[in-house]
Design a protein around this ligand. Structure first.
Ligand SMILES: *[C@@H]1O[C@H](CO)[C@@H](O)[C@H](O)[C@H]1NC(C)=O
Length: 449
């Protein structure tokens, strides 16, 4: 009964928040950031990049940028930024029809006016020579400590990652024998310590590593973004979230070589909807708790999304030995096709050979999988929870998964230390879930956050 009640209040929480934030997304968006966006009337551009009577457009071409694809424009971009930074609601314009080579830049904002727009209509490409990267950098294009920052437009950010991937994947190859890229690979575009962040319309492709990262941000809206890199490019996550709250990722298309979206510790109130993922590793929460760290994640919804030809569909992964809690997660209406493992909880995550089991773990509770349908190639359902801290409040409903090749014998649904309930018949039948509560009293990590 208690479980039903909490499930019901949980679902109504989601219904209400999902209704408010998505069925009328625009008004929700407007309401939420009204105080910041009110004076941001979108300027109308001419091809020259001037706006009628306004001096708030800073076209990189006016700062001596050359869109020839070979001139280094790092200084021109920084000069445009320095000027835009002084004017609230100003625009940095990267015009269309040109390709701008730009080295590592931090668009740093602690002393900037709010609500700057980075209008990206052209293409920005990264340097491919080792010289510009020193001994290795964590990011290429960085926006930090800003209040109200928007990147929008039909432009492209191209990390030209194949010179980096070559190093790790093809070390022995003669072709790449003289590639001297540092071993630390940069994220293409990173936002740090900012509030009211919008990224819309742009394409980010071929990042050396992760494509788009938000760290310590609040109020993040990503929509209509395309991420594109090869399925075999190493560690090229699509969108990576860390220590960020109130995040929406809507209507975006992600193809990459790692997680399409990866949600790390410190994230809450994250809503992901209408995302197309593939190739890639699916949408993941974690890996959490690595090196005995504490992880807290709550209020995550992933819905109305499609995974094609991915390693996983929706997944939560934690390392042995961590602490903290993942709670109130809903995966709903996920269509999978040719996905190895559509539904995964892995509390024994280990990507480096052998990891020992430990008595501490990141706790998992109130995790809901509903209406996950389509075809899989290896495991339909794999729920491996910790011996020390079994998963609780796991529900599954309207799971309809068929092996890709009709009639081939596949693994049956697998559960280990997984407690919860089935809310409807599922296909294949899931008989491994345990009802009630685990008898094991909570261990050294008590699942608090
Ligand atoms: C850890 O525990 C799980 C579940 O009890 C078991 O299947 C697995 O083999 C163990 N791994 C190691 C490395 O001991």
């Amino acid at each position: 009964m208690r479980k039903e009640l909490s499930l019901r209040s949980f679902s109504s929480f989601f219904l209400i928040s999902v209704f408010l934030c998505f069925s009328s997304f625009d008004s929700c968006n407007a309401r939420k950031s009204k105080h910041l966006k009110e004076n941001r009337s979108p300027p109308s551009y001419t091809t020259e990049g001037h706006v009628g009577g306004s001096s708030t457009i800073f076209n990189v071409l006016d700062f001596n940028a050359k869109g020839d694809g070979t001139t280094d424009n790092t200084k021109a971009f920084l000069d445009a930024w320095t000027n835009a930074c002084k004017v609230a609601g100003s625009t940095v314009l990267v015009p269309s029809g040109s390709t701008f080579l730009v080295g590592p830049i931090s668009f740093s904002g602690p002393n900037c006016q709010p609500n700057i727009i980075f209008q990206l209509d052209g293409t920005i490409i990264a340097p491919t020579g080792a010289g510009q990267w020193g001994s290795g950098l964590l990011q290429w294009l960085e926006f930090t400590k800003l209040k109200g920052i928007t990147i929008r437009g039909g432009g492209v950010i191209d990390g030209r990652g194949n010179v980096w991937w070559a190093r790790s994947e093809l070390d022995d190859s003669q072709i790449y024998a003289d590639s001297k890229m540092p071993s630390t690979k940069p994220t293409a575009l990173r936002f740090y310590g900012s509030s009211d962040v919008t990224v819309t319309g742009i394409t980010i492709r071929n990042s050396p590593q992760c494509h788009l990262k938000f760290d310590s941000c609040t109020g993040v809206q990503v929509s209509g973004v395309t991420v594109s890199s090869p399925g075999d490019s190493p560690h090229t996550d699509g969108i990576h979230l860390q220590n960020s709250q109130d995040v929406s990722i809507l209507g975006s298309n992600i193809a990459c070589g790692d997680d399409c979206v990866s949600i790390q510790t410190g994230c809450s109130n994250v809503n992901i909807r209408n995302v197309h993922c593939g190739p890639g590793h699916g949408i993941s929460i974690g890996g959490l708790g690595k090196d005995d760290t504490k992880a807290c994640v709550s209020g995550i919804t992933v819905r109305d999304s499609v995974m094609h030809n991915t390693l996983n569909g929706v997944r939560i992964k934690t390392w042995q030995g961590g602490s903290g809690l993942v709670q109130d997660v809903l995966f709903s209406n996920i269509q999978v096709s040719e996905v190895e493992s559509p539904i995964v909880i892995d509390q024994f995550y280990c990507d480096q050979g052998k990891c020992n089991n430990q008595s501490a773990a990141v706790a998992l509770s109130n995790i809901h999988f509903e209406k996950i349908t389509g075809t899989y190639t290896v495991n339909p359902v794999h729920l491996a929870c910790s011996d020390a801290l079994p998963c609780t409040g796991i529900t599954l409903s309207a799971i309809q998964l068929q092996p890709l090749q009709e009639g081939r014998t596949m693994s049956s649904p697998y559960c280990w230390q997984t407690y919860g309930e089935l809310l409807s018949p599922n296909s294949p039948p899931i008989n491994c879930l345990r009802t009630g509560k685990p008898s094991i009293s909570q261990g050294p990590s008590d699942g608090s956050c």
